[in-house]
Write a protein that binds this ligand. Structure first.
Ligand code: ADP
Length: 399
């Protein structure tokens, strides 16, 4: 079965087509500037040329149509016609408390995703648009929703509740949800395979470190705690998000700058994190370069990030009363050996010992701890699209 995986944003749409008999990637691509003007980059994996051009994309429906046109075209295509695509898997950001696993999309599921819009006002509407656009273009092809939040639904109340009046939880659903669940799920399953142990016996800490970063404690295959909260701003400092701060700060800033809460919240999301501290960039490569050239604030931003991740690993080792494996994944986790070494520097007391030679590796599943290290440390490139395609195949076949 061939499965189209869609990750739909408000003005962008990422896609991959996978052949799930072999789990091979057939094509991938990105529509950008949807609703503005439009650009499509389509990358077939069968030796055919890349298509990288402006294309009019007034809405997501035209974007899906353009993607299907390229996937089936003689010049750029990887399948003969649309009928070869057996199902579509969608990344959906917020499933609230309604979804602890992936589901086949029907009217009731659409209504439930809609109900979660207040929890993810920027993301869920875009995801809904993507699902509706596929339906408009592809008709009755089965569609599946895979939620970023679902993996974390196993968290116990002591981890997901905030210590605020309980009615805010019962009436307004204010609680920790966590994100990047698909990634944490994929890398933790892969780590268990690499360690040659059943998942049920392992205590793992997964560090997803990209533009957005979250850490997850996984005990016996279940998420028991994670750093992102009601929204993705919480946890460790990120590219542009502040992470955990004293909650009085927004009020203080409003009082003392005259800015309104929306402006301050926007600054905490878009102008903070390592960008805010360094004043240089949100991109860890730029920060590493600037720090190497003597920029102290860039060096401080990197140090703050490593310190926050290391503190969280310590907290999660306590939460699980031990840790067998630590996983690094996503852009920074997979590529930035200095960040990994910097974080592990704090973890000697847990019995973490890094092999500097192994830590130079990038972009492949690998152990970076020494054979003697009490805690195994792994780099595992994440693959959220593959999880979405696997879930989609399993659900559609069982349906
Ligand atoms: P997103 O959260 O947008 O999916 P990614 O997982 O793609 O983010 O991660 C993007 C981050 O990864 C950027 O900060 C980038 O600097 C960092 N990154 C990518 N490649 C490298 C590298 N070779 N060395 C250091 N950092 C890298």
């Amino acid at each position: 079965m061939k499965i189209l995986v869609i990750n739909c944003g408000s003005s962008s749409l990422k896609y991959q087509l996978l052949d799930m008999d072999s789990e091979a990637l057939l094509a991938k691509g990105l529509c950008e500037r949807i609703g503005i003007d439009g650009h499509l980059k389509h990358q077939p994996q069968n030796g055919k040329p890349v298509f990288d051009q402006d294309v009019a994309l007034p809405t997501h429906t035209e974007a899906i149509a353009a993607v299907l046109d390229k996937l089936t075209s003689a010049e750029y295509g990887v399948v003969a016609n649309m009928a070869e695509i057996g199902a579509v898997g969608h990344r959906v950001v917020h499933g609230g408390e309604k979804f602890a696993s992936s589901v086949v999309i029907d009217d009731a599921v659409m209504a439930a995703i809609q109900e979660c819009v207040p929890l993810a006002p920027l993301h869920n509407p875009a995801n809904i648009t993507g699902i509706e656009a596929c339906k408009a273009v592809m008709g009755d092809v089965p569609q599946v929703a895979v939620f970023d939040t679902a993996f974390h639904q196993s968290m116990p109340g002591k981890a997901f509740l905030y210590a605020i009046p309980y009615e805010y939880y019962t009436d307004l659903h204010v609680r920790r949800y966590g994100f990047h669940g698909t990634s944490h799920r994929y890398v933790s399953a892969r780590a268990a395979e690499m360690m040659g142990k059943p998942m049920e016996e392992l205590k793992l800490i997964s560090c997803h470190m990209g533009n957005g970063s979250s850490i997850c404690a996984i005990d016996g295959g279940k998420s028991v705690d994670t750093t992102m909260g009601l929204t993705p701003i919480a946890g460790v400092p990120m590219g542009t998000r502040c992470g955990d701060i004293d909650v009085s700060i927004p009020d203080f800033l409003c009082e003392n700058t005259g800015k309104d809460i929306k402006t301050i919240t926007n600054e905490l999301n878009k102008k903070s994190g390592v960008l805010g501290v360094s004043g240089v960039s949100s991109d860890f490569r730029d920060l590493t370069k600037a720090a190497g050239e003597g920029n102290d604030r860039a060096a401080l931003a990197l140090e703050m990030f490593q310190y926050a991740v290391a503190k969280t690993v310590g907290a999660y080792a306590a939460a699980m009363n031990g840790v067998d494996g630590i996983i690094f994944t996503a852009g920074v986790g997979e590529n930035d050996s200095a960040a990994r070494a910097g974080i592990c520097r704090y973890l000697g007391y847990l019995g973490v010992e890094i092999c500097p030679e192994c830590n130079k590796k990038r972009g492949e599943d690998t152990f970076i701890s020494t054979p003697a290290s009490k805690v195994k440390v792994m780099v595992i490139p994440t693959n959220e699209e593959l999880v979405i395609a696997r879930d989609t195949k399993a659900l559609v076949e069982a349906h």
